[in-house]
Ligand binder design. Sequence first.
Ligand SMILES: Cc1cc2nc3c(=O)[nH]c(=O)nc-3n(C[C@H](O)[C@H](O)[C@H](O)COP(=O)(O)O)c2cc1C
Length: 203
Amino acid sequence: MKKRILSHLGDISKIHHRAAFADVQHHIDKHKGSNAFVELAAKRFSCREFNHHPVSSAKLAKIVEAARLAPSAKNQQPVHIWVLTSDEALSRIRPIHTMFDAPVVIMVGFSISEGAKRACDGMNWAETDATIAGTHIALAAADLDLGCTWVGSFDPVKIRESFPETEGYEISALFAIGHPSAHAKPSDRHVARKSMEEFSTEL
Ligand SMILES: Cc1cc2nc3c(=O)[nH]c(=O)nc-3n(C[C@H](O)[C@H](O)[C@H](O)COP(=O)(O)O)c2cc1C
C-alpha cells in the first residue's frame, strides 16, 4: 500500500527536487487537469516581486471569501482579517515590513477569547484557525494567478501601535498580494523539499 501511494505521488514530489523553474513548470503542466487541487498546490510559490497593476476588487473579494470559508475548531471563527489597499493603510505597514511593495496586504488576526479549547488540556485553537485561514488566502491568490508571500517576520508590537484597529486580536501573519512581475520566480528554498520518504510514513 505504501509503495502504491508513493508511486502515485512520486511524480509530484519530484517537482520539488528540481532546481530549475523550467522543470517545475514542466511538471505543473504535466499535472494540469488531473487534479485541480494538487495542480494548484504545485504551482503556488512565494512571490516577492510585483508589478503595479492593481488587484481587482472582484479578485480580492474571492480571496476574502476563501478565508471566510476556512474551517475552525467548533466553527467558532475567532479570525479577523484586515485588507490594506489604500495608500494611507499601506503607508502604515511599509515602515514595519516592505511587503515587497505589493499593492495589497492582508493581515490575519485571531482572538484568543473567541477560540475553542481542547477539552483534555485547554489548548486554544485560535492561532491554528488563523493559520488555516492564511493557507486559504495563499492558495486562493495562486488560484487567481496572483502572487502572494506569507510574511511572519514582523514586530507585533509595531503592528499594534500602527493599527489600533487590531485591538483584541493577535496578528498571526501578513500576506503580500499582487500581480507577479515578469521576473518573479520561485526562490531556491521553494524547490528544496524533503523527499516523499522523509516526509511521510504510512503505518
Ligand atoms: C509561517 C510562515 C512564515 C513566513 N515568513 C516569511 C517572511 O517573513 N518573509 C518571507 O520572505 N517569506 C516568509 N515565508 C515564506 C517561506 O519562506 C516560504 O514559504 C518557503 O521558503 C517555501 O517557499 P515557497 O513558499 O516558495 O514554496 C513564510 C512562510 C510561512 C509558512
